[in-house]
Design a protein around this ligand. Structure first.
Ligand SMILES: N[C@@H](CCC(=O)N[C@@H](CS)C(=O)NCC(=O)O)C(=O)O
Length: 222
């Protein structure tokens, strides 16, 4: 049975998963919940995604939610198809520890602050609300500090989890895209963050990402 990706096309997590599926050349069916009817908040949906969110996958009856966990599952299940996105030796304790470190670094030092800016600068205005400028300033200040940390990581290793591309690099794509679309140059300023700029240029121009990144309505701009 073809793998089903249950998500809204604009979802950051959904596009993260779609990116992995494209990289691994895995056919999939995109199944959209009825968002207007709040299908994702129904008891039936929560049986699959207990937090009432997107995305989740149904892989021949195996249900998995959390986009980063799904990304890892796809990278491992389809290891020999498409782009190699895991260390050569997945029994190498240190190589796999770098994978976990990269996932945690993105989840705790990147996404929350970019997501905060997306809420203030894109979502609130769409809903006719004013951005909270104090919150914007706080997220911007924290993010600036955090991006120096990512620059330091990439000054020591070519990619986020070692010297080879892995799925960890790709999980940055949706919010990296949001950051640049909001006009911030943390990922593109070659004089301030040369390693981040080198890395982002490579990651963000992959054909697979270009294929999924704009499955988002223009009004969202994420
Ligand atoms: N950590 C989760 C985050 C899921 C998430 O925040 N999904 C958003 C869309 S990207 C959502 O469903 N929002 C609607 C809601 O929370 O009601 C993942 O990566 O899968």
């Amino acid at each position: 049975m073809v793998l089903k990706l249950h998500t809204m096309p604009w979802s950051a997590g959904g596009r993260r998963v779609a990116l992995l599926l494209h990289e691994k050349k895995v056919p999939y069916e995109l199944v959209e919940p009825d968002w207007a009817a709040q299908e994702h908040k129904s008891e039936q949906w929560k049986e699959k995604q207990p937090f009432g969110q997107v995305p989740y996958i149904d892989d021949d009856g195996f249900i998995l939610f959390e986009s980063r966990a799904i990304a890892r599952y796809i990278a491992a299940k389809y290891a020999s198809s498409g782009t190699a996105l895991l260390p050569d030796d997945t029994s190498d304790l240190q190589a796999m520890a770098l994978i976990d470190q990269g996932i945690s670094a993105e989840l705790s030092n990147f996404e929350p602050y970019v997501a905060g800016l997306v809420v203030e600068k894109l979502i609130k205005p769409l809903r006719g609300a004013e951005p909270d400028q104090a919150a914007v300033a706080k997220h911007e200040a924290t993010l600036t500090e955090k991006m120096d940390g990512f620059e330091l990581m990439l000054s020591k290793r070519k990619y986020m989890a070692g010297d080879s591309l892995t799925f960890v690099d790709l999980i940055f794509c949706p919010y990296g895209n949001a950051l640049t679309k909001m006009g911030y140059d943390h990922l593109t300023n070659e004089s301030k963050h040369p390693n981040l700029a080198r890395w982002w240029k490579e990651i963000s121009t992959r054909e697979t990402w270009l294929a999924v990144k704009d499955t988002v309505p223009k009004s969202f701009l994420v």
